[in-house]
Design a protein around this ligand. Structure first.
Ligand SMILES: CC(C)(COP(=O)(O)OP(=O)(O)OC[C@H]1O[C@@H](n2cnc3c(N)ncnc32)[C@H](O)[C@@H]1OP(=O)(O)O)[C@@H](O)C(=O)NCCC(=O)NCCS
Length: 163
């Protein structure tokens, strides 16, 4: 319940807008607004659905599709011909010091996704390397490097089968 003495402004005191800022696009890219894309590199013929956020220094390879509601944080690289499902969350801060690292980027970790990797909806990808030709199931939580091709699912993600 909202308390009686709640601030009754009809707008917040501060509104920040990002949109598309300082992005390097390849040719033939499709973006469905609204998105927040800033300081990243997007390869040729990439598709980016609505409500996606891609942070600075991220690199997305050619022909990769990023479906709606996905969040791709700094220090993530994604290869060519990948499919990133709806609402996939990437993580660079594992709270390794007992809480959020804040601005201490020395505590952030990288993620590298190979080529032809398909990630199911609502998967969470902690800072890991994922090999080429991998399928990640919907809702998976990937906590360790995946070094061979195959289908992986679950929390923590385990190999279901070869491709
Ligand atoms: C992981 C996945 C690729 C496996 O598909 P599949 O090879 O046809 O697998 P099956 O449906 O035969 O399931 C095999 C086993 O894995 C389990 N399983 C399947 N998907 C799972 C998932 N996402 N998480 C946990 N377990 C899963 C099944 O329950 C089954 O278990 P059982 O052998 O104990 O019965 C698929 O289920 C999936 O999650 N795809 C993601 C699709 C997606 O998100 N698309 C986005 C665009 S809409």
């Amino acid at each position: 319940m909202i308390p009686e003495d709640h601030n009754k402004n009809s707008n917040p005191d501060k509104i920040l807008s990002i949109g598309i800022t300082g992005v390097e696009f390849g040719v033939g890219v499709t973006v469905v607004q609204p998105v927040n894309l800033y300081g990243c590199q997007i390869g040729d013929e990439v598709f980016i659905g609505p409500f996606v956020e891609i942070q600075k220094k991220v690199k997305i390879g050619h022909r990769t599709r990023i479906q709606s509601h996905t969040f791709i944080c700094e220090l993530v690289t994604i290869g060519d011909d990948c499919f990133i499902g709806h609402g996939v969350m990437f993580i660079n801060d594992t709270f390794s010091s007992g809480g959020p690292a804040g601005g201490d980027q020395a505590l952030w970790k990288q993620t590298n996704i190979g080529n032809n990797v398909s990630i199911g909806s609502n998967a969470t990808i902690l800072p890991v390397d994922i090999a080429d030709n991998v399928v990640i199931g919907a809702g998976a939580v990937v906590t360790q490097n995946i070094i061979e091709s195959g289908v992986y699912a679950g929390n923590p993600a385990k190999k279901l089968k070869d491709l």
